[in-house]
Design a protein around this ligand. Structure first.
Ligand code: DAH
Length: 330
């Protein structure tokens, strides 16, 4: 028994300890043998013997358990030493991404209008004729539909050609007053230097009781917005036509590249065409069942804003996923 105790104390691994434990407590081990001896003893000897064996059992249990703990601790610290990580080492530089310039322009515009308490609305990319055209005062066979080369899907569904259908959806699901913008992608059958089949727009709409919203409000809000985006530019409103607004206007800013004196970008006009807007056409209100209201709307292309703000010359380069372009905008 003394020898077993000594072996346990001196043992150097958990495996070895387990072997010893079996030698002590196993079926063929030390204690089984001890208890077997009981049978051969006289009754008065039995009690003292059993008490002694039980005491030994307790001692061995403690001995083995505490040895096990020691060995485990040693093993752990050994493993820690072996697998140590030097946290003071420089890490390899990773290729962290960044927001695409179109998305960061979008975010900036959204932030601006949110600060004016506009809600941000969403709508489906696959639209129907009613929301994309009809309710926006673009009846079937209206020549203005030609301005928007449309991708048609099955069963009369189509890819929305602008974010204006979200105006319609918002008015159908909410009551005035409405102040909303809707950012998102739109689709047209177009591909050249200045057009891609998918691009992004932001639509704005404000509706309130008749007489509460005027063209003057529209003008001031857009002037402020454009100066926020482009700095101290001149802003001008040119009469134009959109089926969903009356009167309608196109808005120009003085060229941010030449300051208005004329250059390649502004085609020597000194002005950059930047967005479309107007007072909501009464036919649009009729289509959504609104009465005694007035409102204004505007729509802009986010890629155009991005190209001007970041000096990107070719629209298509925004969609090629070339890391060299993207890395410039980190
Ligand atoms: N939906 C127009 C387009 O895609 C943009 C637009 C122009 C929206 C004038 C408007 C607006 O709300 O008033 O070309």
């Amino acid at each position: 028994m003394k020898a077993l105790e000594k072996s346990i104390q001196e043992c150097g691994s958990i495996k070895e300890l387990e072997k010893l434990r079996i030698e002590v407590f196993g079926k063929k081990g030390y204690f089984t043998a001890q208890f077997a001896k009981l049978k051969e003893l006289k009754d008065d000897e039995k009690i003292a013997f059993a008490a002694k064996v039980n005491e030994d059992k307790g001692r061995f249990t403690t001995l083995i358990n505490s040895k096990k703990e020691l060995l485990e601790a040693a093993e752990r610290s050994e493993a820690l030493k072996k697998d140590a990580v030097d946290v003071s080492l420089y890490s390899r530089l990773s290729d962290a991404g960044a927001l695409h310039p179109v998305m960061s322009t979008m975010d900036k515009i959204i932030e601006y209008f949110m600060s004016l308490n506009f809600s941000v609305e969403d709508g489906p990319l696959i639209e129907d004729d009613f929301h994309n055209f009809e309710a926006l005062n673009l009846p079937k066979f209206h020549p203005a539909r030609d301005m928007q080369d449309t991708f048609y899907c099955k069963d009369g569904a189509l890819l929305r050609t602008h974010t204006s259908p979200v105006q319609v959806r918002t008015m159908l699901s909410q009551q005035p007053p409405i102040r909303m913008i809707c950012p998102g992608s739109v689709f047209r059958r177009d591909l050249d230097l200045t057009h891609t089949p998918m691009f992004h727009q932001i639509e704005g709409l404000v509706v309130d009781k008749k007489g509460m919203v005027s063209f003057a409000n529209l003008k001031s809000i857009l002037e402020e917005f454009l100066r926020y985006m482009f700095g101290n530019v001149d802003v001008r409103f040119r009469p134009s036509f959109f089926p969903f607004t009356e009167p309608s206007a196109e808005v120009d800013i003085s060229c941010i590249f030449c300051g208005g004196s004329g250059c390649k970008v502004c085609k020597n006009t000194g002005w950059l065409e930047i967005l479309g807007c107007g007072e909501v056409d009464p036919n649009v209100f009729k289509a959504v069942g609104y009465k005694d209201v007035s409102g204004y709307a505007f729509g802009l292309g986010i890629e155009r804003f991005t190209m001007l703000l970041r000096g990107v010359g070719d629209l298509r380069s925004l969609f090629e996923g070339d890391l060299r372009l993207l890395e410039q905008f980190k």
